[in-house]
Design a protein around this ligand. Sequence first.
Ligand code: SAH
Ligand code: SF4
Ligand code: F3S
Length: 435
Amino acid sequence: MEYSTFFVKSYGCQMNIYDSEKIISILENRGLKKNQDVESADLVIFNTCNIRDKAAHKLYSDIGRVNKYKKERTIAVVGCVAQAENEEMFSKNKSIDIILGPQSYHLLPQMIDDIKKNPKQLNTEFIVNEKFDYLIEQKRKQGVSSYLTIQEGCDKFCSFCVVPYTRGPEYSRPLSSLLNEVNSLTDNGAKEIVLLGQNVNAYNIFHNGRKINIADLIEEISKNENVKRIRYTTSHPINMSDNLIELHSTNDKLMPFIHLPVQSGSTNILNKMNRKYDVSYYRKIIDKLKIVNPKIEISSDFIIGYPGETEEDFQKTLKLVDDIKFTQSYSFIYSARPGTKSALQDDKTPLNVKKERLLILQDKLKNIQLEFNETFCGKNIEVLVENQSMSNPEFFFGRTPFMQSVYIKSSEINPGELKNVNISTCNHKNLYASC
Ligand code: SAH
Ligand code: SF4
Ligand code: F3S
């Protein structure tokens, strides 16, 4: 069949969304048109996530729904479920035509061509440097705030997590390629660069015989005068090096907000998770950060109900939350993932207990977030304006240095501007301003 339109859905993390952007540019450069709706698309791409079983299950129900619309089209399953389940997916669901792992989606155009000869296409090899060499050529406009993948993969093997299996070992992209991509992003209007990686602060390369880590990279990127703000996510606590911490006091472009997942406030559980740090180490990192820059705020991920988590362990998590006062966070009930070490462990805690714990934690996190947001009411704060509301053009959206979403009523601002706005009201999710 001839392809003229395609549809892409992302199920996963920021890296997954970044990958979808790249897939879109590859296909647009080949003359295909992106559809907003799935119904009439010739090529449907599901960019999957395997982190919890819910995300993986959703894929199969979505494929079922697509099948109702149109018989003559190709379904490509790419990303982390494709990598984990591999060719098994062809037998699970007959309407899947292409299975493509997250390191090889630059091969997608070739596979679409080859489908005429061979109706089932599969590639799940780890060829990460080849992927980036190819993708750097694919220019697509990102926004005022643009993602830049600097590192992929994970060598840490936390006992609950699929990422080392789906994304492969840690790989850092070369400096020159990253700086070129930053130039291309700022040429297209980017003012904020968000460095991405599964363990972004494990970034590590040799350049002209010198070791370069994420702090050196941030310094290099800061030299581009069109870059006004820099963020990095997701960091692993054991890779928070002293020079990265120090940079938060010396580099004004580096935002005072760090996503540093702790997972649990109990050292007993952290050991079982193979997180490679204990709670006192985590607290020390936060102390160091606050010493170099007292303005710094922290967000985290939490897993509730890891096998063997007792009420006492859970209380320790609540205590840590009270002490650190995370201003934004994600929290999930533990999901046993096939192939991981902890999937083999006995898990005696009933689901309803886990659900109760999750609600208690989320309630606490929400209150802390609200209290933090309230401290901004009546005050001025610098916001990077990202876009204008399509439905209501007198409203603009932007973010504070601490990643809070701000809705601004104004007739005088433009996307891309850094603007001091006066916060009038807030809730736990958003701040509201006018100027
Ligand atoms: N590399 C990052 C996190 C990447 S995965 C880190 O180590 O912090 C994103 C988040 O998904 C994790 O922080 C964790 O909280 C959550 N997660 C991963 N596996 C999970 C599982 N099996 N069940 C529930 N949550 C999980
Ligand atoms: Fe998963 Fe742990 Fe690696 Fe994070 S550090 S991606 S949680 S294995
Ligand atoms: Fe999901 Fe893969 Fe990201 S499993 S969280 S899409 S790295």
